[in-house]
Design a binder for this molecule. Structure first.
Ligand SMILES: Cc1ncc(COP(=O)(O)O)c(CNC2(C(=O)O)CC2)c1O
Length: 337
């Protein structure tokens, strides 16, 4: 495969398992088959999730340069920053995480939002967690640069990992490998997935899957569900990562678009809408599987809506990509009480 020329550091148990959501499919009318690729169960590190697949192609770069710290950025309940801390622990490195006010925290969550879930886990693992008042943006941030220069002034050698790894040169590689894994598992299962539904915010997950499937002429199978609430930014950044990653692996195809469904990202990043809460409860009560109000709850909402509006042909096999994130549910307890 085109990925072979890149060094990879194993962080996963192996290929992530695929669940079949028969009860959910039946509840939605039995018109399609729904499967889920379980990145939420892909590793023993912290709460697992999609970031680790990206880190597998970034860690060799970190180890090659004898860095002292890994520095990353996200919101207060970021999965990215949590998994950076867990990975740094495993590598024997320090982690500094810049955690910004990306979410307008609901009144009922104010007392606990920066104490529970992902940020609690990061602190338990010894992460140097730095709360910063700056607002949401998926791009490069001043707060991030400040943390890097402070560490350098102190004589350390920090390695920067941008939000969601997405602006990192290797950010898309992990999910190119995901696509290769899906093709392999289709052979083992004896089925072909007609559509792949995946959450999209900083873009390198969906971009990697898109480029990975493009190796097989199947990029049109990918449906990205926006959860940034700023779909124009996410569209531009994801498309840029698609074309960068395509060139990087030598696929050398240029793309001028991809399928981003922006109907479910509201009201804003990190705050669920009514359909998000319904989707989380519907999947929970039919399959005993949990999703979160920031990311997977919105992509599950998208999947459910697409099935309900007959966007998929009768009898299609739909692969939902579960990227993790349920660990932030305790920061949203007022939505489920
Ligand atoms: C559970 C979960 N699901 C989907 C996504 C979206 O992935 P991309 O950012 O690669 O588009 C995240 C990202 N999270 C970010 C974070 O800071 O945790 C990068 C935004 C995620 O954590």
């Amino acid at each position: 495969a085109l990925l072979d020329k890149f060094e990879k550091y194993d962080l996963l148990f192996g290929p992530s398992p695929i669940s079949k959501f028969e009860n959910l499919a039946k509840t939605l009318g039995g018109k399609v088959n729904i499967y889920a690729k379980r990145e939420d169960r892909n590793s023993g590190l912290a709460f697992a999730g999609n970031k680790l697949r990206k880190f597998e192609y970034i860690v060799p770069d970190i180890l090659a340069g004898d860095y002292t710290h890994i520095v990353s950025i996200g919101g207060i309940q970021s999965n990215q920053t949590l998994m950076i801390v867990a990975t740094a622990c495993k590598l024997g490195l320090k982690a500094v995480t810049v955690q910004e006010n990306w979410v307008p925290i609901p009144e009922a969550e104010k007392a606990t939002y920066d104490k529970v879930g992902n940020i609690e886990a990061a602190r338990i693992m010894g992460g140097d967690v730095r709360l910063v008042p700056d607002g949401f943006d998926i791009g490069m941030r001043k707060s991030f640069d400040d943390a890097l220069s402070e560490l350098k002034e102190q004589g350390y050698k920090p390695y920067p990992v941008p939000a969601g790894c997405s602006e990192h040169k290797y950010g898309g590689l992990g999910f190119v490998g995901f696509a290769d894994e899906v093709i392999q598992q289709e052979k083992e299962l004896g089925i072909k997935f007609d559509k792949i539904v995946v959450c999209c915010v900083t873009g390198s997950t969906a971009a990697g899957i898109f480029v990975g499937m493009a190796q097989y002429g199947r990029e049109k199978d990918v449906i990205a569900i926006d959860a940034s609430g700023k779909p124009e930014n996410t569209f531009e950044q994801t498309l840029r990562i698609i074309n960068h990653t395509s060139e990087l692996i030598g696929l050398n195809k240029k793309f001028d678009s991809f399928n981003l469904d922006s109907r479910f990202g509201g009201p804003v990043y990190g705050i669920p809408n009514e359909g998000t809460i319904e989707a989380i409860k519907l999947l929970g009560s039919t399959e005993g599987t949990l999703t979160d109000p920031v990311y997977e709850g919105k992509s599950m909402q998208g999947l459910i809506q697409l099935v309900r509006e007959d966007a998929f042909e009768e009898g299609s096999n739909i692969l939902y990509v579960h990227l993790g994130g349920a660990s932030s549910l305790s920061a949203y307890q007022s939505y489920f009480s």
